[in-house]
Design a protein around this ligand. Structure first.
Ligand code: NAI
Ligand code: AKG
Length: 346
């Protein structure tokens, strides 16, 4: 597997690269060529990250320096590390593209305020995917605003199927899951089938109407266990919607450790598949057939994934009037972002 991580000198990548190199995403026995891309001014930092990967002395990673200063090729046992600032090299024949590299939000900004700065990056990287990657490449967009950046990349890569493009809402799902687990005093893995609808933004709709909690052998609905609709329809939703901003306010930096963990969860599920009747949420291309969401945006829905990566949106879930209005509100925001993106692109 050839796996590209962009923004490889940044803070998310700092946690993410370790997990991939350690076999936590694709398995300990899977050989991986890890391609790390960042911009030229970050070449020195990138070099330091490679040194650190080397110094982790991971059992599967054997690194030997081969080439030049900006284009170091490391020869290995199980995992091959290539760090580069060259787009052509980074995107060549990749199986996975984890597109993290972008400007992060600072305090007081909404994620869509990043569109102007980041749209250009995702147009260029969409074109690179189109030109250099395998046509089967699976793309995960993380850089914000993630849904609309994903749409930009997809539009710039017409030779790659739309279903190969996803954006990250797993961090929101993990946040929602952990809020419920904390409320019920159970461990996080007892809670499943939480849904994130729509945009990775403060209009997203974290929905627990179909979520369940497992205590011993019995599985019950989250709604019946929490027994507090006011909290579920109020504070719970806003906590998840605003969690990214809360982390920025506290850390003066955007979330990174939890983002890297969520990326690993997303890619692992996309690679190995979801288990049984469980689902996970991810931003996918809306073709107009899911829950009345119009065609043409990247919208987060629950999906089930087969081993190898083919996914289908979960259909037939009942949608309350409350949920309907929340789902439409976040779709509307995405169409607004799309218009803005088209303006910047033109
Ligand atoms: N979807 C989600 O759930 C989340 C998204 N994010 C977003 O992820 C992005 C990255 O966050 P951090 O790692 O914290 O930022 P960071 O600033 O620490 O790192 C970003 C890296 O990207 C690099 N970069 C910039 N332009 C590039 C290009 N054209 N090609 C390759 N690399 C490029 C920068 O040089 C930098 O090293 C931000 O946009 C942030 O808002 C962050 C957390 C969660
Ligand atoms: O909130 C942000 O803008 C940066 C990180 C992020 O997307 C998140 O923590 O959810």
């Amino acid at each position: 597997l050839k796996v590209l991580v962009t923004g490889a000198a940044g803070q998310i990548a700092y946690s993410l690269l370790y997990s991939i190199a350690n076999g936590d995403v694709f398995g300990k026995d899977q050989s991986v060529t890890l391609v790390m891309l960042d911009i030229a001014p970050m070449a020195g930092v990138l070099e330091g990250v490679v040194m650190e990967l080397q110094d982790c002395a991971l059992p599967s990673l054997k690194i030997a320096l081969q080439v030049t200063i900006y284009q170091q090729i490391y020869e290995v046992n199980l995992t091959l590390v290539i760090s580069t600032t060259t787009v052509e090299e980074a995107f060549a024949d990749i199986d996975y593209a984890i597109l993290v590299g972008a400007m992060p939000r600072r305090q007081g900004m909404e994620r869509k305020d990043l569109l102007k700065a980041n749209a250009k990056i995702f147009k260029e990287q969409g074109q690179a995917l189109d030109k250099f990657a395998k046509k089967t490449v699976k793309v995960l967009v993380v850089g914000n605003p993630a849904n609309t950046n994903c749409l930009i990349a997809l539009t710039a890569a017409p030779s790659i199927p739309k279903d190969n493009f996803t954006c990250l809402t797993r961090l929101d799902q993990n946040r929602a899951q952990s809020q419920i687990a904390a409320r019920l005093g159970v461990s996080n893995d007892c809670v499943s089938n939480v849904i994130i609808w729509g945009n990775h933004s403060s209009t997203q709709y974290p929905d627990v109407a179909h979520a369940s909690v497992k205590c011993g052998d019995t599985e019950s609905s989250v709604v019946s266990c929490v027994k507090d609709d006011n909290w579920l329809n109020g504070e719970f939703i806003t906590t998840v919607q605003k969690r990214g901003g809360a982390v920025i306010a506290a850390r003066k930096l955007s979330s990174a450790m939890s983002a890297a963990k969520a990326i690993c969860d997303h890619v692992r599920d996309w690679h190995f598949g979801t288990k049984g009747d469980k689902w996970t949420s991810m931003g996918i291309y809306s073709n107009g057939s899911n829950y009345g969401i119009k065609e043409g945006i990247i919208y987060s829905v629950p999906v089930r994934i087969a081993p190898g990566g083919a996914f289908t949106a979960v259909t037939g879930l009942s949608i309350s009037d409350f949920a309907r209005s929340k789902m439409d509100e976040t779709a509307e925001e995405l169409f607004g972002e799309k218009l803005m993106a088209m303006e910047f692109m033109s």
